[in-house]
Design a protein around this ligand. Structure first.
Ligand SMILES: [Zn+2]
Length: 222
């Protein structure tokens, strides 16, 4: 048996396609959102340009969030995507906690997950967030043993979803603690058919594996 969890950041339009795929393969997932960046209530907005591709990942309108993520978990990624250590710790804590509260009110359930914007964390902010009721904080670092964290707010994943060693990491996770955890941004697949097909293959293969049990990200730290 291997327990598998995934999470995705930033609440972009490509999540519509991604959530449809996850539903198709009965895959659980957590989506890490920045409530303040969905500035238009009824309107999708265009964001930044992804690398040099010229691809511009649009943001979901705020009033479609609840439907797009229905049946999945959502979690705080701070209000404005601010980085730990770059702003005052108290400001960072408020950014993280306010997003959690807004999502909990919207989805009417506990949302104790967290993903560090740009993967930046500090020991001080990790302690503060834990104290504020967060269950875990995902970094962008990789580990062979997801359960080996020393601080739940500094939780490393097995790999990024486009890691060229994705399946090796999966096999390694089977040998160690039986936890496989990957993450990404759906905009990294842009509108590129091949990249989406590659990811759909991963979902298909994971869900077809009788050894695989999809778990919510909060179970990673239980
Ligand atoms: Zn992000």
């Amino acid at each position: 048996m291997i327990k598998v969890a995934q999470c995705w950041d930033d609440g972009v339009l490509n999540d519509i396609k991604l959530t449809d795929l996850c539903r198709k393969y009965n895959a659980k997932a957590t989506f890490n959102l920045n409530p303040a960046l969905h500035s238009a209530k009824n309107r999708r907005t265009t964001g930044w340009t992804y690398r040099d591709s010229g691809y511009c990942p649009g943001k979901l309108a705020w009033n479609e969030i609840k439907d797009v993520y229905a049946g999945f978990d959502v979690a705080s990624h701070t209000m404005c995507h601010c980085n730990a250590g770059d702003v005052d710790d108290k400001v960072f804590l408020a950014e993280a906690a306010d997003a959690k509260k807004i999502l909990e009110d919207m989805f009417q359930k506990e949302c104790p997950g967290f993903a560090w914007p740009c993967g930046k964390y500090t020991r001080e902010t990790a302690d503060m967030l834990q104290e504020a009721g967060f269950a875990y904080g995902r970094t962008v670092e990789n580990t062979d043993r997801v359960s080996g964290f020393t601080h739940p707010m500094i939780l490393h994943s097995s790999c990024h979803f486009q890691d060229e060693n994705f399946w090796q990491a999966f096999e390694r996770a089977k040998q160690t603690d039986g936890l496989f955890y990957f993450w990404g941004h759906s905009y990294e697949m842009m509108d590129d058919r091949k990249l989406w097909d590659d990811f759909e293959d991963k979902l298909r293969r994971l869900s077809a594996d009788p050894e695989v049990q999809w778990i919510p990200t909060t179970d990673l730290v239980k």
